[in-house]
Design a protein around this ligand. Sequence first.
Ligand code: ATP
Ligand code: MG
Length: 629
Amino acid sequence: MDDYRKMYEKSVNPETAEAFWGEQATRFIDWIRPFDTVRMGGFEVGDHAWFVGGQMNVSSSCLDKHLPKLASKPAIVWEADEPGTCETLTYLDVLHGTCRIANALKVTGAAKGDFVTIYMPMMPDTAMAMLACTRIGAPHTVVFAGFTASSLRDRILDSQSKWVLTSDVGKRGSKTIKLKEITDAAVSQCPKVQKIFVFKRTGEEVPTNRDVDVHMDELLPKMRPYCPPTPVAAEDTLFTLYTSGSTGKPKGVAHAAAGYLLQAAMTCLYSFDLRETDVFACVADVGWITGHSYIVYGPLCNGATTVMFESVPTYPDPGRYWDLVDRHGVTVFYTAPTAIRALMAHGEAPVKKYSRASLRILGTVGEPINPEAWRWYYEVVGDKRCSIVDTYWQTETGGHVMTPLPGVTPMKPGSCCLPFFGVVPKVLDSQTGAELRETAVDGVLAFGQSWPGACRTVWGDHERYMNTYLLPYPPNYFTGDGCRRDEDGYFWIMGRIDDVLNTSGHRIGTAEVESALVAHQAVAQAATVGYPHDIKGQGICCYLELTKGYEESPELIKELKGAVRSAIGPFATPDLIIAVPLPKTRSGKIMRRILRKVAAGEESQLGDVTTLADPTVVDALITKVKKVQ
Ligand code: ATP
Ligand code: MG
């Protein structure tokens, strides 16, 4: 802890920060031309910039840099959807694959600065496609391959991509997703797209349009497996990525090449205590920032072995993750609370069936993790031997901004603990914006100064960037999340600020109520929202999904109300408890915005629901709530 505190101090103190960050940038990144200025600008107008004057190439810092020593080390271990099907690619294999794709893009006409949309399943070609874009200095926009044609179209149009990479189909939990067909439908409304590059996943027949389609299985063997890296400026846009859309229309978050890579690589090293022999499995999808930073860029920049998992945690059965861990000797495993809770509902047997002896560190990200799920992860999955790292961050932050360091930071279940290097968290009064300086306080979470991985703009709309992040509480970056800092200075994320309830004058974090509910055996998932209430100001409405084998009944509802009352206090007693399938985004987050609107009887103003995994749950929800109210 002493070392952490010293290093942290160096990283944020104005007198030492530049030396600190200059050193880190040299350690992780291969510079083609060294930078002149470590950092400039700030949050006042959003011109913060890092390593200015420097030129580099992200793919060469992830691949070429390692070749002298690690050419034959496994870089990517692919676990396909079909159980038992896997493939290992060495660093040299990945460099060759990346270069062939880069050359294919070039011969077709793609050039530095052109946007490329990637709509592909979780297979090694996808990681190599991302790296190939960085090789030629073309920013990529990866779109999660579960999105519909209209969502894909919107992202292609917004990023003005001329090139789209896809595959014949995708596979997930034995289901086939017709990616090429969906891409065709999307591209038919995108006049600027010049070519669709089609990779083979299963090789099945798909519709072809010879004018537009480039078949990669025919073109790639003709390409040279070396392509010189195109130098890009440190501040050139590496990629844009759309947020998950929990709170409204997704934002096209833009990241800068060098600062982002440094954030991804450095957090990957420290938050997971990465070692040379580690097999690192982040089971997210590359369509999300978690996949960008901790499947592709972070592990590869560190020369680690990264696992790409194509399937879902319950296929063919709920032991899939632990089977994966045993077969590949996974040492670091990283997933989301939603997956942990879903697996908890199946009990311990599918976990205990496997040894999991290789596991060292378990990570979580995406939502506040309720202490109940935290303990299950720690005790059942990790056999109380593994550190849990609860990493708090956002698409916009590029990499972790608050996290314990495994083996270093004393853990507290449900807390993301302390800031990462360079990050200055502030707890602000939501009304006045004044900084609350006492140790134990709650308020909104903001960051006081730029860190290398902070996003630089919303693509094509810097005004929206300013309005969303930098202008609400100037001169700070506003996270949109509420938090509590405890007497030890540990941070607890309470969820999004509009998720904090005010009932009869009490401020209640929705995460607290949900924790109390999911601690009951009958509850698998819970989401709490406020709704207008004549007397209390806001009433507390809890939606839940029940564990298999439980039925909704007046007795159960009464018991659950009692559980919340005894966990938090009588003022937090739910007014309504409704069992119903929850609306979730495609990244598995509960869309509370919809639940809020429905509880308030404003179902005509639901807004954008295209990022929902299953839009049909909305009608079922409305019907059920009407009945209960
Ligand atoms: P949108 O910004 O479009 O509404 P989103 O915020 O869900 O979507 P992401 O960038 O994927 O998009 O998610 C970041 C958010 O996830 C954080 O702001 C926070 O609310 C939540 N989050 C992530 N990790 C944690 C964590 N470890 N603990 C608590 N909350 C977390
Ligand atoms: Mg967000």
